[in-house]
Design a protein around this ligand. Structure first.
Ligand code: ADP
Ligand code: MG
Length: 250
């Protein structure tokens, strides 16, 4: 085995986080779903997710594909603590989040998770900067007001939109609007970004630039889960979860 030299780090205790000693197999997953079901009451009941097992590790880039109605959005809602499983286990950082109260789940969501949707859900009469600032009121209600603008500006810089901070969303292109929505998801400094068809309303060139942004975010260490119909999106991800009829088929 070839040892990777690591100059300047020799004074660490033996075995402390050396890349060569940690393999994904021993790293605990950020997310683990075990024997998970989500059944909606109806006659007959709708089994939107059936017996799903899934592990997502820190820094993973996972795409979720499958036909319409196969359970993709249901899965994302559960991963985002917006919905609870009917049966089975949902662990986030080893914590059984399905058993937490709504307030506790909202706190977990605010600290760890950002959401991006196909339709950008921006407030039309607020500037780009205000749209990002207002998100923080929901994700981090306790944050001091001062600094809010600076944090919004930092999030906009991260998505390459500093020069649009004062614009109204109606003056932006589709790709720029999605960047604002991504900045809004990033302002709470989540560790995981959950995206439901984020390029579904964008042309192929704009899709490419959003995918480059995802690559950058992943390089920064963010964990990404992206639902998509688009092969261009799924090939960029490191792994793909394929759903059919509520089951993971590959
Ligand atoms: P996808 O995102 O892959 O298109 P969804 O997760 O939205 O699929 O839906 C999976 C299945 O669950 C579909 O049959 C859908 O009709 C059903 N479903 C989703 N949400 C509800 C709900 N709130 N009540 C009843 N059925 C639902
Ligand atoms: Mg869906």
């Amino acid at each position: 085995m070839i040892a990777v030299s690591d100059p300047g780090q020799d004074d660490r205790p033996a075995g402390a986080g050396t890349a060569g000693l940690e393999t994904p197999a021993v790293r605990p997953p950020v997310v683990e779903l075990r024997d998970l079901w989500r059944t909606f009451p109806a006659d007959p009941p709708v089994h939107a997710l059936r017996d799903v097992d899934l592990r997502i590790h820190e820094g993973d880039y996972v795409s979720v594909v499958g036909p319409s109605g196969s359970g993709k959005s249901t899965l994302l809602n559960i991963l985002g603590c917006l919905d609870r499983p009917t049966a089975g286990l949902h662990l986030l950082d080893g914590m059984d989040v399905a058993s937490l109260s709504e307030d506790q789940r909202a706190a977990v969501r605010g600290r760890r998770i950002g959401f991006v949707f196909q339709s950008f859900h921006l407030l039309a009469h607020r500037s780009v900067a205000e749209n990002v600032m207002l998100a923080e009121i929901y994700t981090h209600p306790g944050q001091p007001r001062d600094g809010r603008r600076a944090r919004a500006e930092a999030a906009l810089a991260r998505v390459g939109l500093s020069h649009r901070a004062g614009f109204l969303p109606t003056r932006l292109s589709g790709g720029e609007r999605q960047r604002v929505a991504i900045a809004r998801a990033l302002v709470g400094e989540p560790r995981m970004l959950l995206c439901d068809e984020p390029t579904g309303n964008l042309d192929s060139r704009t899709t490419g630039s959003i995918l480059e942004l995802f690559d950058e975010l992943r390089a920064d260490g963010l964990t990404l889960v992206v639902i998509t119909h688009d092969d261009h999106v799924s090939v960029r991800a490191a792994s793909t979860v394929r759903l059919a009829d509520g089951m993971v088929v590959s």
